[in-house]
Structure formats: C-alpha cells, structure tokens
Design a protein around this ligand. Sequence first.
Ligand code: FEO
Length: 401
Amino acid sequence: MNVRVAKITEELYILRLDDDRKRYFEGIWRITEGVTYNSYVLLTREGAVVFDTWDVQYADLFVDTLQRVVDLRDVKILVTHHSEPDHSGAVPKLLERRGRELRVLGHPMAGEILKHFYGVRDMNFVPVKDNDLLSVGGYTLRFIHTPMLHWPDTIMTYIPQLGVLLTCDAFGSFSTPEGIFDDELKNMDEYLAATREYAVSIVGKYREFIAKAVDKLRGMGVSPRIVAPAHGVVWRTRPEFIIDYYCKISDGSLLDARKVLILYCSMYGLKNNIVEELSKRLRDERYNTVLLKFSYDEHAPPGRVLGELFDSALVIVITSTYEGGLYPPLMHILDLVKVKVRLPKKTVGVISYGWTSPRDLFEKALREAGLDVVDIIDFRGQGTAEIVERILRSVSRALSS
Ligand code: FEO
C-alpha cells in the first residue's frame, strides 16, 4: 500500500492509493500487479472541489490523505464521475464530516445509486446534465455524460483553464506504476499490457462506447492537454496516444500481426512436451508467442487471457477434456471471451482426450465464444511430434490467409 500526493498542475492535486492488497478486482478479476485509485482535488479561491474518492475499503485513509491537501471545511464540492465503490467509497465519510454543506455533483442516476449503496439519507445531491457548466473560483467545470464507461452513470469533467480532462475509468489501467505521469513509465509495453487487461475485462462489454465518447468530446471541441483517469498514470505528454489506443480497443483494430497466444489447459501436464516444442518452433520463426496456462501448477488471471487475446493475430487453444466434456476453466474463459472480447480471432483448437473425443462440442464452444475456428485437431493422450507438425501447418495456413 502506498499513498501518493502530487501536483498535476499548480492548482490540481492527485491523491493516489496504490493498492497491492486487493486480489480480485470487482471480486472477479485476479490482479497480480495491483491497481491505483486516483482522486483529484482542485483548489480554488471559492473552496476545494474533490473529484472521486477511493475504494470503499480505504475510506478513512482517503479522508486522512485529503486533509494533507486541504482543510475539510474548505471542501465545497464533490464530483462523483461514477458511483462504483472503487471511486465512491469515501463519499459517506465525507458526508459525515461535511453534511449538507458539501454539494455532491453527478449524473442523476449516481445520486440514486449512492443513496442505495451506502444508505445515505440526507445528501445535498445536485444532478448535472450533459454539457452543464459550473464556474468555481475562476475555473469552469464542464460535465460531459459518457455512459457505459463503465456504468450508465459515468460522466467526465473538462477544466478548460487547465486543459485537463478527468475521465474516471476510461483511459485507465491496472498496475501501480512508480511514476505518476506517462513520461515516467519505465516499460511502456508492460503498462500497455496492463491497460489492455484492464480495458478489455472492465469496459470490454461496452467498448463501442469508448469511440462514441471520443467522437462526442471531439465534436464538443474538447482537446485535452492532460488526460487524468481514475486508475493508472496521468497522461500529460501524449494524451492523444492513450485516447487512440483506447479507440483501437473500441473498434477491435488493435493487432500485433506477429503475436500468437497459446492458451494451454491441462489437468496433468501430459501435453507439456508439445506446448514447449510449439512455443520454441514459433519463436524460431520470430513469432511473439505468449503462453498462458490453466493447470495443476498455475492458473492465469482471466483478465490477462482476455487482454493478450485481444491483440493477438491467432490463438492456439490446447486443452484436456474433463469427464467426457470440456475442461471447466476453459469453459469459464470462453464465457468471458464471448462477453468481453467479441472478436473473431483466428483459432486453432487442439484437444486431447482419454475416453472419446468431444471434438464437435469443443468446436461449438469456440464458435459460440465468437472465435474464428480455422482447424480442430484431436488426439488421444500425449501429443507427438506429428501433432506438433499438424498444428504448425494449421497456424501457418491461418496466418498467411
Ligand atoms: Fe473503476 Fe467502474 O470503476
């Protein structure tokens, strides 16, 4: 756990909590590199405006941290961009301290959600309409409805005097980078892998809404110098880069033409030999192979599978059967792929069976997940060198078509 307080501009602070304790984001997504919750505080001559808070587990810590930047009596406005409890968690604590003197602004739906989530009875909630403007101490807050990023209640705030767009979940990422800003990232590829993992697993179902929001912002003439999301780094050097990256996620065009994901599901590791040989042969042919496993020694984080699948040119699914049917961890992943990825990725399916081959069931499950099945290879028990050659022929055909 690490609390960070830094200036984004002279007047705008970030309060960032690096959470390395949470194991399952949303109680679903196993995260291995943590997540940040970013709140922002604008100091004006008419008092302070707080934008979002932290996860509900850290409400007291949030209030303590906020007091390092401003006297609570000077906090006049709280903007809730999105009422999910990873951002709204400290709203009840702030209301306890400030009562009705604190104006809580948000999408009309957010007021209802907050009341029901936290049992709040007496809140000075002010619903904001799309494109509402509010002047506070020399600054303009422009509220923009950006539904489904990632709930219907989501809004963004643009502060034209600072060129800052506060975007909540959009343009965010998993992981807890050492730096606050994009230009401080030590390994951009790793950060973008965490960004894909986050974006596909959290916003994937609604990814078309990213492009809609970006079109809307551009249509309104909003061209931010700084993109400040509620998770991950603040983009002050290349805001257009992260916007474009998210737009490619939105339209599904993010693609690494040399990337092959091997998704390996095995109860006992009987196919380790073919997976190792296949990985080596693909690497020898200068393919960027990513191997993710569900087996006796390791279960890949499901969000990582979605993120790595999303920009792969092809996926090879190598799996055991289970009690005559499909291996349950694979069925779970395919359910998530269907809902969150929604891309016809070229797929070579490889299934090893003990009793009888559920080949048709396997192919149907892959197709129902939205995948473009180019071949199914089935065999009994251990793989052989001949099976590796068959897989490589299928991969080569698929990647050249
Ligand atoms: Fe980071 Fe949808 O909350």
